[in-house]
Ligand binder design. Structure first.
Ligand SMILES: Nc1ncnc2c1ncn2[C@@H]1O[C@H](COP(=O)(O)OP(=O)(O)O)[C@@H](O)[C@H]1O
Ligand SMILES: [Mg+2]
Length: 271
């Protein structure tokens, strides 16, 4: 195991020490030897109480690396993430994971971290033990190693709700990783954190990706998506308006809403 020099965090998966540098191009992060996680979204749509929330989504995600879902508020990013993870049901079309429509059991190999961590009113370590027990995983990660990975060894016996926001989110991430998911979903997981906590989470996500976990993340932070992602799915008005390699997305976005977003402008189709 390696220690990160600028934090007290132990790296479970890294093959090299983290020197604090970001990788030069996101695509170099892919672990092509890891099992593929092929997600195909077919005619995906969702209408609730007569309101169309998502429609006409037909894309296949890259089977490795980090996919970032971006877009203005209300574009449908969270709903799309929930449909891919299977915690919301589409009213149109379907999601295939490795050529199958996933069952509840398949989905035990996926985990999600939300913007607001959902923790039990128990100790830090009990929060991890609970998930490991509940998922009945045969070979979970060791609890103390997980706490070391997220820098919470000293807080193991403390009540989870007394942790700071950044610490709570790190615990939520440790819990999500406890049962070695093949796919990790993150919905604005660093949005309400200070930059130091966000950087710690980014480092762990990056390492997980390098170790072969497929990451699908919603972020409104363009710099974060540029640092981490291999591809961007840009949503507007409940549909995907652009799906590109990150490098081309951030240098030459092709859709007007994405251009406006990256320039920090509101999108007005009449201008
Ligand atoms: N359960 C729901 N019932 C009704 N409308 C919803 C529901 N969930 C989301 N919406 C609406 O769908 C749109 C997209 O929501 P969401 O996916 O949360 O957007 P984003 O994450 O991009 O900000 C919003 O207008 C939101 O109000
Ligand atoms: Mg959202």
């Amino acid at each position: 195991m390696h220690k990160s020099p600028d934090s007290n965090i132990v790296n479970l998966n890294a093959t090299e020490t983290n020197n604090g540098k970001r990788r030069p191009t996101p695509a170099s992060n892919k672990n092509e030897k890891a099992p593929a996680n092929q997600f195909d979204l077919v005619e995906l749509g969702c209408t609730i109480s007569g309101k169309v929330i998502l429609q006409n989504i037909n894309i296949s995600l890259k089977p490795h690396g980090i996919s970032a879902i971006m877009g203005f508020n209300g574009a449908g990013k969270s709903m799309l993430l929930k449909l891919i993870h299977g915690i919301a049901t589409p009213t149109n079309g379907h999601v295939r994971w490795n050529q199958q429509v996933p069952t509840r059991e398949h989905r035990l190999n996926q985990a999600m971290v939300f913007q607001k961590p959902v923790l039990l009113r128990r100790s830090v370590k009990a929060n991890i033990d609970f998930v490991i027990k509940q998922r009945k995983h045969r070979d979970p990660l060791n609890r103390n190693a997980l706490l070391a990975m997220v820098g919470l060894v000293d807080k193991a016996t403390q009540a989870a709700r007394l942790l700071s926001g950044g610490e709570q989110q790190r615990l939520a991430l440790a819990r999500a990783l406890a049962c070695k998911p093949s796919v990790l979903f993150l919905d604005e997981a660093t949005a309400s954190l200070d930059s130091a906590s966000a950087a710690i989470i980014e480092d762990i996500v990056e390492r997980e990706s390098r170790a072969g976990t497929k990451i699908i993340m919603v972020t409104h932070d363009a710099a974060q998506a540029a640092r981490l992602s291999d591809e961007v799915i840009f949503m507007h008005g409940g549909t995907v308006v652009e799906h590109s390699n990150s490098q081309s997305f951030f240098t030459t976005p092709s859709s007007a809403p994405a251009k406006a977003y990256l320039e920090g402008r509101l999108y007005n189709p009449n201008r």
